[in-house]
Each structure stands twice: as C-alpha cells, then as structure tokens.
Design a protein around this ligand. Sequence first.
Ligand code: FES
Length: 105
Amino acid sequence: MVKLTVVTREGAENTIEIEEGGSLMEAIRDAGMDELLALCGGCLSCATCHVMIDEGHSGALPPRSEEEVELLEGSEFFEARSRLSCQIPVDEKLEGARVEIAPED
Ligand code: FES
C-alpha cells in the first residue's frame, strides 16, 4: 500500500492509502474526489487529470512523455510540478507525496 495526500481545489487535504499497480488518476477517482474529471479515461488526450506533485517526489517519477508535455502546455496552470495523473503509476515512489489537483482551465 502507498500512503499519500491529495489536496482538492478548495484546499482540503485527504490522506489516502492505495494499492500499487493502477494509475494515480484512478486512485484519486476511486477515493471519491470527482473534481479530477479525467474525461478521456486515461487515454492521454484530455489533460483534465492535471495535478501538481511536490518537488521531493516528482523528480523520482518516470519522466513526462512528449505527448504529456504537449497536453500540459495547453494549461494556463502548467508549472514544473505539473503531471497528468493518468500517466503516473502508483508505486512506492509516491509514498508520502503531496498531490494537488490543478485548478480547472
Ligand atoms: S485522463 Fe485524459 S489525459 Fe489523463
């Protein structure tokens, strides 16, 4: 299990414990935070699963693909910590991470 904190757009902090194996987007949705729209279901075509991951953890994650960067660049909230959560596998690298759901574009 991996324990991490998800911060909603309103600033509410939710600590969740999730199974390894799926994507971070699925884990956030399964935890009931439906403000993460994830409209394309993880097909890397919508960017509505945009999150910011704290700097201490983002460096250990798999690098962004070109497609992920292109989609993120379309957001006015794109920054160094930005990731598409459907592209992040849940594993021990996320233990203790702080994940903020990005503002809606
Ligand atoms: S859910 Fe659409 S890009 Fe992540």
